[in-house]
Design a protein around this ligand. Structure first.
Ligand code: HEM
Length: 402
C-alpha cells in the first residue's frame, strides 16, 4: 500500500459524528451509515480517516508499516494502558508479544480449560435452582464467571476484583475524543488504579499463575522487570471487560434468537462456531487506531502522510459485501474469511485463545444444562467509545432434564 496521489479517487467526508451520544447508543447504525459512504471516509469533526469495510481493513492490518500503531488517535498517556505491545512494532513488539503469547498460549490452556469447566459447572448448578429461572446474562453469568476464573488463573487476590471492570472500561474509553463521557469513565477507572498498581506487583500474584509466569520471564532475561509489570497490567486492562462483554452479548443474541439455541442443542459441535459468530455479530471492540507515517492508498483513495486512522471493525462485521444476511445471528454461518473482532495481523489479540476457551467452556456447559433460552425483557447496552457491550441482559432459562 504505497501512496499514489495522481490516480487517487476522492475520499467522501461525513458530518456523522461516530462519537456523539446517539452514535454510541447504536454504533451498528452509525458505523454502518459511514461504511456505506465509502471504503475510506474522512470524519470532519475529529479529523481522522475511517477505514470502514471488511476487505480494506483486513488488507490494511496486514501492512503494519503503512498503518502504524506507534501513535494511536486520541490516546494520551495514562495509568490505564501502558505503551507496550499495542503501541510497539518489530523488533520490540516481537519480544514482548512472544512473551505474552507464551503465557496466554498452549502451555497453559490445558489446565485453564479444566479449571474453567469446573467453575462454569459450579456457577450453572447454583443458578439453575428450578425448572425455569430468570437471570441477568451480564451480571449473573458473564461477570460472575469471568470475575472468578480470569483473576484466578492470573493469580490475583479475591478481594477487590470488581476494580477490573472499571479499569478495563477506562482503558477502552481512553481511545476517544475528550468529552464528559470520557472524563466520567476515566474518573471511574481512577478509583481502581490503586488496587491495580498494588496487585500487579510480583509479591501480590500467586505462584504458578500467569502473572508470576511473566515475572519469571524477567528473571530469565527475556523481558525486563518493568516490561513484566507493564504486561501484567496490560492483561488486567485488556482481558476482563472484553471477554465479559463478548459473553453477555452472546447471551443476548441467543435470547433474541431462541431457534439458534435449539439448533445448538441439536448440534453441540457448533459451540466454537457459535462463539465466533457471536463476536462477529456483536464485536466487543469497536475500532482500532493507527496512523500513516508515509501516507497510504486504500481502494484507490489516497490518505496523506501523518493522518489519523480508525479501522472500524464493528461496522465491518455487518459489511454485506463480506457477509450474507450480515444483520442476522446464524450460528452455523460459514465465516470463510473469519472476522475482525480480535483484530488481524501484527496486533491480533494476544488473549484470543484464552477468551475463546473461557467462552466456549461456559457455552458448552450451558448447552448441556439448558433446554431453552429466551429473552425476559429489554436488554441495555453500555455507552462506550471503543467498547461495545451490554450492561443488562434479562433471560429466562429453562433447565434440561439430565
Ligand atoms: C472476547 C474477548 C476479547 C476481544 C474481543 C479482544 C479484542 C482485541 C482486539 C480487537 C485487539 C487488537 C487491537 C488492535 O489491533 O488495535 C486486541 C489486542 C490485544 N488483546 Fe484482546 N480481546 C479480547 C480478550 C483478551 C484477553 C482475555 C486478553 C488477555 C488475557 C487480551 C489481551 C490483548 C493484548 C495484550 C492485545 C495487544 C496485542 C498486540 O498489540 O499485539 N485480549 N484484543
Amino acid at each position: 500500500m504505497t501512496a499514489s496521489p495522481i490516480t487517487a479517487r476522492p475520499i467522501p467526508s461525513t458530518e456523522i459524528d461516530p462519537f456523539a451520544l446517539e452514535s454510541l447508543k447504536d454504533p451498528f447504525a452509525a458505523d454502518g451509515a459511514v461504511r456505506e459512504l465509502g471504503s475510506v471516509v474522512y470524519v470532519d469533526k475529529h479529523d481522522y480517516y475511517a477505514v470502514t469495510r471488511f476487505t480494506e481493513i483486513r488488507k490494511g492490518l496486514r501492512d503494519w508499516r503503512t498503518f502504524s500503531s506507534t501513535d494511536r488517535p486520541f490516546y494520551e498517556d495514562s495509568e490505564f494502558r501502558p505503551r507496550i505491545v499495542l503501541f510497539e512494532e518489530p523488533p520490540a513488539h516481537t519480544r514482548t508479544k512472544s512473551a505474552i503469547m507464551d503465557v496466554l498460549g498452549p502451555k497453559n490452556l490445558q489446565w485453564m480449560g479444566e479449571y474453567f469447566a469446573k467453575e462454569a459447572a459450579a456457577l450453572l448448578d447454583r443458578l439453575l435452582d428450578g425448572d425455569v429461572v430468570e437471570v441477568d446474562g451480564y451480571a449473573d453469568l458473564a461477570v460472575s464467571y469471568v470475575l472468578k476464573v480470569f483473576p484466578d488463573v492470573i493469580g490475583m487476590p479475591e478481594e477487590g476484583r470488581e476494580a477490573l471492570l472499571k479499569f478495563g472500561s477506562a482503558g477502552l474509553n481512553a481511545f476517544g475524543p475528550p468529552s464528559e463521557l470520557r472524563a466520567r469513565k476515566l474518573a471511574a477507572g481512577a478509583e481502581a488504579v490503586e488496587w491495580v498498581e498494588r496487585n500487579i506487583d510480583r509479591e501480590s500474584l500467586s505462584e504458578g499463575g500467569l502473572g508470576r509466569q511473566l515475572y519469571a520471564m524477567a528473571d530469565e532475561g527475556r523481558i525486563s522487570e518493568q516490561e513484566a509489570r507493564d504486561l501484567v497490567k496490560t492483561v488486567f486492562a485488556a482481558g476482563f471487560d472484553t471477554s465479559t462483554s463478548g459473553m453477555a452479548s452472546m447471551l443476548r443474541a441467543f435470547g433474541d434468537h431462541p431457534r439458534e439455541w435449539d439448533k445448538l442443542r441439536r448440534r453441540p459441535e457448533l459451540v466454537p462456531n457459535a462463539w465466533e459468530e457471536a463476536v462477529r455479530f456483536y464485536p466487543p471492540n469497536r475500532f482500532g487506531g493507527r496512523w500513516t507515517p508515509n501516507g497510504a492508498t486504500v481502494d484507490g483513495h489516497h490518505i496523506p502522510a501523518g493522518a489519523k486512522i480508525l479501522m472500524m471493525w464493528l461496522g465491518a462485521a455487518r459489511d454485506p459485501r463480506e457477509f450474507d444476511r450480515a444483520d442476522e445471528f446464524v450460528i452455523d454461518r460459514n465465516l470463510r474469511n473469519g472476522h475482525l473482532s480480535f483484530g488481524f495481523g501484527l496486533h491480533t489479540c494476544a488473549g484470543n485463545l484464552v477468551a475463546r476457551l473461557e467462552a466456549t467452556t461456559l457455552l458448552r456447559s450451558m448447552v448441556e444444562r439448558i433446554e431453552r433460552v429466551e429473552s425476559a425483557g429489554e436488554p441495555r447496552t453500555a455507552t462506550n467509545y471503543q467498547a461495545f457491550g451490554h450492561e443488562y441482559v434479562p433471560l429466562r432459562l429453562h433447565g434440561a432434564s439430565r
